[in-house]
Structures are given as structure tokens and as C-alpha cells.
Unconditional design. Structure first.
Length: 874
DNA sequence: CCGAATGAAAA
DNA sequence: TTTTCATTCGG
């Protein structure tokens, strides 16, 4: 968000007061601080110790990143600025519920939504709030650990950005980026930058993208993932992973062409590099280094297999001998061969196909995605992968040493180039591959296991933020199929891997089937499946499934690998496999993100990986996107899993349905009135107007009310019809809601009042006050109406919370008795019941409104419970 | 870029 | 006690 900066920040330091300029703070990422952090759940302050450690690392990382290396991130980091302050409980709550509010009140702008959220917050029961507060605390604690000296308010001096880092060019990125934080001038700083930390590298990239919270979530997820991993391995593609991990910027550069010269070379070099890293990783993983991150390990192996296969294929193709190639490839370097092979023949063809949609599809992309475009099909893809790997390597090894990396890269590039050119020669290829592999292996081996994880993670993520596009999908699918086939021949695990990755069991089987069938459609289906996870792409999936079923037959590859399937096909298959792996991860990420609605808590695969994040980042070049994507886009784009994870954790926080709030609100309102002086105010308000407030606060409140009124009208204007209808609805609802209302006799009136009151505790600022000036008494009623409307809406929405309901923790949905609900717990369900009753009433109303409202609501949330829907309709 | 909300922290 | 700033994103 803040993306580009929030305005505030940018403006100069001295805004009004001139006090601090707002520096942009980078968001702090828990993960960064520790990847290890596990926030499995909300409260886990246990981690503190760990956090501390992590913190150190993170700091180091940060410092490195910022100043250092560079890589792309550096720029951002430049950030200089400090980490952003952690969100408080309320903000967390807002973040989590804003979407709901928006759904309910589409027209409402954020300010309005915020008000509602404030109301909700006010109403929220302590218990519920506690969750948020705990999380906020946790978050804060972690943050502080990470940034020991952190001061909320920078010293007046301002910070200055850390000298080292330049300001950031990009305003927003900062968010992601870490900042030198430490430096952060003013405060804390601590930080040593030890360099080092190649290990952490994975964090680097991701963090930037991730929001602070998200990071936390990620951390939690990581923990989860690790657990999960065992069960389901994900193969992460190294390549993707690599990218994600480290250097998004690089990508950008490449894409953008910033580094024109290098670009081509880089890609190649990357290719090589990737291999090596991957290999290394795999070894490590195999070894069982995973302790830190379980995820990575598994993934790699898969990758290797796939790579090997590909390599083999390539070799075979080149040589014309599949068999030999295979045997050789198995040993080590597969990727290179694969790349080479793919490049020429098959790739081109594919390219042709792919090209049409190439750049666009991120997901599909595992492969090709963006970069692929530049070069040509396969090669491009390969390069990308490799590049990613390379990046990973860099990050892992050291962000610091670019030069070295560069050198390596160059070398690798050269090699690669040669290979490509030479392609035909198996020997050359092999040699290159081997060389690469060796180098890679060596490099990675030296490093600690930690790195591996990061890499793995990265790989997993894959990339694709966005949804795969159909075209690409098809392409990919084909590849996948081929891969599968090849895998079968080879007896490798691709399929299994895929499954693992996919998590969804469905996928794997389907894939196989698909494999059998060579048809293009199948291909698509395959792709889709992997992706599938994302709810979004159901269509593709369906197709795939169907096809798969149909096709039980086995494809060429399987039956006769060598002979039947052309090399190309085999290669393609391998390639696909690889891709699929990547895809899977990426897809998953996408999927996960894709919709919050869907969310499957599962995500088990854990792709958290940074990669996904990175990828996501990378993918969307748009700066804007970054901003949004960072936190929000989850739904729209699939960011990386990170976000999802973040979300998970974040989601673990209960989301409360509007209904709940309503009820609560009523109850609360009563309480409030009872309790405090506010009552008087309320009364006045209710009464209408702004009675002169006794206190400033009251005054403010009044003012706010006025504002609300004003705002509302505007909203109304927009949706004139609706407003009226809404008004009516609200009114009717009030009536209809009687049952609910009944619960709280006072509710209606009170509620509305309360709602208002609740939100306006804070004193208005001077500026605001000015606004207040006039209150329109008449307006009051509107405000009430709005509130009412909101309530109604909320009720409607309740259903929505679907997602919320289903969060990890469990569904709140369990219905409680209305009474019970009201009394204490925030429950969403109970409300429903009452809502159900209302729903009937609403039905009546619906007639007026039309279904539009309903339709919209439904569209938005398919999953919702019927009841909810009904309510929504109202 | 403001704003609307709450909260934490700093001045 | 007052100010900042954290998130969100429409205006």
C-alpha cells in the first residue's frame, strides 16, 4: 500500500508541522527476521528467543541487502527508511475485515469502511479482540526484536535515511524492502551488518514484497509447511525459487531492459547457475539438512529428477539416443541438457504456440513467463529458471558478492551459450552440464543447510502471481504431459512430485491420464490441474479431469520412451515436468492467494516460499501492483504463498461476520450507554443533532457524525437507487429484523446510535474539526440509516465471511443459539439464524431491490452459505 | 496525498 | 497531552 508512497510519506518531511517527514518505513518482515519464526499461531511469543536470533540475521540481511548487494532489492532498500511500525490490533482487524465491509458496502469508501470497522471493533468482544491484540503484540514483539532500537516515531531529526542507502527511488517498494533498518537512523540501529547471511537470503526478496504481517504469517506458515512438507513434498523448482528468493529487482531490470547488455548473457548464465545451485540444493536436501526448512529439500529432489529427465531427454534428442542420455543425465546435470535440447527444436515450436500469450501468463509460466518472451521459447524459459536459480545462488551465497556472481554468471553464460549453439553435441552439452553442475554443487555444498531452505522455498514459489492464462496453460499442459510420460518411462517421480506439490491428490492422477492423452486439450488440463488449486481456474481443471478420465491410455512416452515419443515430446515432457513443479508451486501460491475466499487452509505445501513472493513481484511489473499486491492482491493476483500464509496466520484471526457485529453492536451499545457518559451524547445524537457537546470528544464525535452524514449522502448519490432501497431496506429490516432487534430491544435505535458513537471516540483533529462545522440535524437521520443499512448489510455479509468462517481455526460457523451469541461470543452463525428469519423478510424486499444486490453478493461469494445469501439479498 | 479509525509510542 | 504513524484505497 503505501506503495508508492503514501502520500504522507512522500511529501516531504515537513508536512504540516514539518516534523518528521515521514520516512517510509520498510515493513518489517517477521520472516525476514526469522524465517524460522514460527508463529504457528497467534500467540506465540515463545518465539521470542528465536526471533531474536532471527532478528539478528534479518538485520544482517537487511543491512546487506540494502547496502550491499544489491541486487535489485538494494535499490528499494534503499530504503533506508526504517521499518514500518507494526500494525496494532485495530489495524490488523481492519485489514482483515475491511474487505468484508467493502463487500457489504461496495460504495463505501475506505473512510466509511474504516468507520464501520471501528464500530465493529468497538463492539467486538474482548475475547475476540484479544486475538487481535495478541497477534499485534506478537507481531510487535517480533518486530522489536528484529529492530531493537526501533522507535515508533523517528526522532525528530528524522531520520534521514540512512546514508548508506539512498533514498529509495521507489516510494512504495519500500514497504517491502527492508531498509537498512537498522540503520534507521534514528533509532536503533543496531545492526551490524555482518554480512553474511547468505542463508537468510531467501528472506531477502520475499520480505520486500511481503507485508510485515504477511511475513509473520509466512513465518507461521513456514512452520506449518515444514511440518507439512514431509507429507507432501513439494518440488520446488529451483529456478523459480531462486528468483523469488533473491532478486526481484534483477528480474525487473532484465525485463525492463535496464541491463540490456547483460540481459541476454545473464539469462544464459543464470541458466547454468541455476543448475548448479539446484544440484547443490538437492544434495543438501537429500542429505537431510532440512532441519531448518523442510520444504526445500523435498522440492529439490523432485526437481532434480525432473531436470535429469529433461537433461536426458535433451541429450537423447540431440544424440538421438534417449537411452544413453537418460542414463548419463541421471547422474547429475540434467538441466543443461534439457535446456539445450528444448531450445532448438521443440521449444521453438512451442514457442510459436506460447508466444501468443507468453508474457502474460505468469502462472503458466513457470516456465516461460516473462522472460521467456524475450528470448524464445524454451530457451527463454530455461534461462529464466536458470536465472532464478542463479539468483538464488547469489542470494544464498552472498548477496554481497556480486562480482563473483557475475563472474560466475558470465562463465556460466558462456557455457550455456556454447551449449545452446552446440546443442547438437551431446558431449558438449554434457560437459557443460557437468561443469555447471559441479560448480553449482560445490558452491551450494559449501554453504550451510539454511541456504538450502531458502532456495527451496524460493523454488517452490514459482512464480506466477497471476493466473495462468489459457494459452499458456495449454502450452504448459502439453509440456507437463510430456514430462509425465517421460517421467514414467524413467520411472521418476514426477507424477508423484507433482501430486505432492499440488497437494490436491486429484491433480496427479489426472495428470497422468492426461499424459496418456496427448491432445492439446489435455495439456491444458494438466496445466490447469496443477494450478488448479486456485479455485479460480476451475474450468481448466474440469477439462483436465475429464480428459484425464477419458484418456486412460498411455501416451507415447510411457509406452516407448525412446522410440515412440519423439525426443521432442520427451523433452517437452521433462520440461513440462519441471515447469509443472514450478507451476505447481506457483500455481498454488496463486491459488492460495487467489482467493482468499477459497483459501484452503491447506496450503500445506508450503510454498511459502519466497519464491512465490518474488515471483509474484516479478511477475507483475507494475509498480502499482506491488503496492497492492503486497498486501492485498492476494485475491486478485496470486501473490506468493507467502501472502497466503501470512493470510493464514492473519486469517487465523477470526473474521467476524457482520451479523455478529450487529448483534454485538446492539448489545454493546446498550452496555456503553449504560456505562458511560457517552450515553448522553448518544442521546443527543439520536435526538439529532449535535447537541453541543460537553466535551471535546463529544464535539468531535458530533463532528464526525456530520461528516458521516455528508459522506453518506455522497454515497447515496452514487447509488441513488440503492440508497433509497437501502434505506427502505434498512427500515424494513429493522422491522423485519425484529427478531434480532428484539434480542436487544434498544438495539435499533441504540444500535445505530451506538455505532456512531463507537466510532467517534477520538478527538477530531483540528483540520477535521473544521470540517465539522455544520452538522445537519437532518443528516443525523441519514447517518443512522446508514448505520442501519450497514448493519443490515453486515448481516447480509455474514455469510460472506465464509472465508473467515473457514479459517484455519475452524469455522465459526457453528451455529449458536442466537441468544448465546449475543450475549457473549461473537459468533457469526447465530446471527445467521436470525438472519435467516430476516432473510425471508428480505426476500420480500428483494423484490424491490432486485436481485442485483443479491447477484452481486452471490457472485462475490459463491461459497457462502445459503442463509447468508438470503440475507445478502436483503 | 488526504482521510477515518484505533492504538502504541514518542515528544 | 499531543503527535506520528501504521493499513486501506477512493476521491
Amino acid at each position: 500500500m503505501k506503495g508508492e508512497g503514501r502520500g504522507k510519506e512522500l511529501p516531504v518531511a515537513g508536512e504540516v508541522t514539518g516534523k518528521r517527514p515521514k520516512r517510509k518505513c520498510l515493513q518489517w518482515h517477521p520472516l525476514l527476521s526469522k524465517k524460522a519464526l514460527d508463529f504457528s499461531e497467534e500467540e506465540e511469543e515463545e518465539d521470542e528467543e528465536e526471533l531474536e536470533k532471527s532478528v539478528l540475521c534479518s538485520q544482517e540481511r537487511d543491512s546487506q541487502v540494502q547496502c550491499g548487494s544489491t541486487t535489485a532489492e538494494v535499490e528499494e532498500d534503499s530504503n533506508e527508511q526504517r521499518a514500518r511500525r507494526p500494525m496494532n490490533a485495530f489495524l490488523l482487524f481492519c485489514k482483515r475485515h475491511r474487505s468484508l465491509v467493502r463487500q457489504e458496502h461496495p460504495r463505501l469508501d475506505n473512510r466509511g469502511a474504516t468507520k464501520i470497522l471501528a464500530d465493529w471493533w468497538a463492539v467486538l468482544e474482548p475475547k475476540e479482540k484479544q486475538k487481535y491484540t495478541d497477534m499485534a503484540k506478537e507481531y510487535k514483539d517480533a518486530f522489536m526484536k528484529a529492530n531493537p532500537g526501533y522507535k515508533w516515531c523517528p526522532t525528530t531529526s528524522k531520520p534521514v535515511k540512512s546514508p548508506s542507502c539512498q533514498l529509495v527511488s521507489n516510494p512504495r517498494k519500500k514497504v517491502w524492502s527492508f531498509s537498512c533498518n537498522s540503520s534507521k537512523d534514528s533509532t536503533a540501529k543496531k545492526v551490524p551488518k555482518t554480512d553474511s547471511m547468505p542463508q537468510l537470503n531467501f528472506a531477502m526478496a520475499d520480505p520486500t514484497k511481503m507485508g510485515g504481517l504477511s511475513m509473520l504469517l509466512l513465518a507461521g506458515e513456514h512452520a506449518l509447511t515444514n511440518r507439512e512438507i514431509p507429507s507432501s513434498t513439494k518440488p520446488s523448482l529451483p529456478d523459480t525459487a531462486s528468483e523469488g528468493t533473491s532478486f526481484p529487482e534483477d528480474k525487473e531490470e532484465m525485463l525492463s531492459g535496464t541491463i540490456p547488455n547483460r540481459v541476454p548473457a545473464i539469462t544464459e548464465s543464470r541458466v547454468q547457475a541455476p543448475l548448479s545451485p539446484a544440484a547443490e540444493v538437492t544434495e543438501n536436501e537429500t542429505v537431510g539438512s532440512q532441519s531448518s526448512l523442510s520444504v526445500a529439500p523435498e522440492g529439490r529432489p523432485c526437481r532434480q529428477s525432473a531436470l535429469f529427465q529433461l537433461a536426458e531427454m535433451c541429450l537423447a534428442s540431440e544424440a538421438g539416443k534417449m537411452d544413453t542420455a537418460v542414463s548419463q543425465s541421471e547422474d547429475s546435470s540434467s538441466t543443461e541438457s534439457l535446456q539445450q535440447t528444448t531450445i532448438k527444436p521443440e521449444i521453438k515450436e512451442e514457442k510459436a504456440d506460447a508466444d501468443p500469450c507468453p508474457s502474460s501468463s505468469h502462472t503458466s509460466a513457470l516456465l516461460p513467463s516473462p522472460s521467456s518472451v524475450t528470448s524464445t521459447s524454451t530457451d527463454a524459459i530455461v534461462t529464466q529458471f536458470s536465472s532464478q536459480n542463479a539468483r538464488v545462488k547469489k542470494s544464498k551465497k552472498k548477496d554481497v558478492a556480486r562480482p563473483n556472481e557475475d563472474d560466475e554468471v558470465l562463465c556460466s553464460e558462456k557455457k550455456i551459450v556454447k551449449c545452446n549453439h552446440a546443442e547438437s553435441n551431446e558431449d558438449s552439452v554434457c560437459s557443460t552440464i557437468e561443469a555447471v553442475a559441479k560448480g553449482a554443487w560445490i558452491d551450494t555444498e559449501g554453504k550451510p543447510t539454511k541456504k538450502i531452505p531458502s532456495t527451496l522455498i524460493v523454488g517452490n514459489s514459482g512464480l506466477p502471481k497471476k493466473k495462468s492464462k489459457p494459452k499458456t496453460k495449454t502450452f504448459i499442459k502439453e509440456n507437463i504431459r510430456e514430462l509425465d510420460d517421460s517421467s514414467r518411462q524413467c520411472g521418476q517421480y514426477t507424477s508423484s512430485e507433482v501430486e505432492m506439490k499440488i497437494e490436491n491428490a486429484d491433480v496427479s492422477p489426472q495428470k497422468e491420464e492426461e499424459e496418456a492423452n496427448i491432445e492439446s486439450t489435455d495439456l491444458q488440463g494438466c496445466m490447469a490441474e496443477p494450478h488448479h488449486s486456485p479455485s479460480s481456474h476451475s474450468p481448466a481443471k474440469l477439462k483436465e479431469e475429464d480428459k484425464g478420465k477419458e484418456r486412460s491410455g498411455d501416451p507415447s512416452c510411457e509406452s516407448n520412451p525412446g522410440s515412440r515419443k519423439s525426443e521432442r515430446s520427451c523433452k517437452g515432457a521433462l520440461y513440462k515436468t519441471l515447469v509443472s513443479e514450478g507451476m505447481l508451486t506457483s500455481l498454488r501460491a496463486n491459488i492460495d492467494r487467489g482467493k482468499r475466499g477459497a483459501f484452503r487452509t491447506s496450503d500445506h505445501d508450503a510454498n511459502w516460499s519466497d519464491d512465490s513472493w518474488t515471483v509474484a513481484q516479478m511477475g507483475p511489473n507494475n509498480p502499482k501492483k506491488l503496492k497492492k499486491s503486497k498486501s492485498k492482491d492476494e485475491s486478485s493476483q496470486g501473490l506468493g504463498k507467502l501472502e497466503e500464509e501470512f493470510e493464514k496466520k492473519f486469517n487465523s484471526l477470526p473474521q467476524y461476520s457482520p451479523m455478529t457485529f450487529d448483534k454485538k453492536g446492539t448489545t454493546v451499545a446498550k452496555k456503553k450507554k449504560m456505562d458511560s457518559p457517552t450515553v448522553a451524547e448518544d442521546a443527543s445524537k439520536v435526538g439529532k443533532g449535535p447537541s453541543p457537546s460537553q466535551k471535546k470528544t463529544s464535539f468531535h464525535k458530533i463532528v464526525r457524525k456530520h461528516k458521516h452524514k455528508k459522506e453518506k449522502p455522497g454515497a447515496v448519490d452514487k447509488a441513488v437507487v440503492q440508497t433509497d432501497s437501502t434505506m427502505l431496506d434498512s427500515a424494513s429490516k429493522a422491522k423485519s429484523c425484529a427478531p434480532i432487534a428484539i434480542m436487544c430491544p434498544d438495539v435499533q435505535g441504540t444500535t445505530s446510535m451506538e455505532m456512531l458513537v463507537g466510532s467517534q471516540k477520538r478527538k477530531a483533529r483540528k483540520t477535521k474539526i473544521t470540517h465539522l462545522v455544520r452538522t445537519a440535524d437532518g443528516s443525523v437521520s441519514p447517518a443512522e440509516e446508514e448505520k442501519i443499512r450497514d448493519l443490515n448489510q453486515e448481516q447480509d455479509k455474514k455469510p460472506f465471511p465464509q472465508q473467515n468462517l473457514c479459517n484455519e481455526k475452524g469455522c465459526y460457523s457453528t451455529p449458536r443459539s442466537e441468544e448465546a451469541e449475543r450475549s457473549t461470543v461473537p459468533q457469526e452463525l447465530p446471527a445467521f439464524f436470525s438472519l435467516a428469519a430476516l432473510a425471508e423478510v428480505a426476500a420480500m424486499e428483494n423484490v424491490h431491490r432486485g436481485q442485483r444486490g443479491l447477484a452481486e453478493s452471490q457472485k462475490k461469494e459463491l461459497t457462502q452459505t445459503p442463509v447468508l445469501i438470503s440475507c445478502a439479498d436483503q
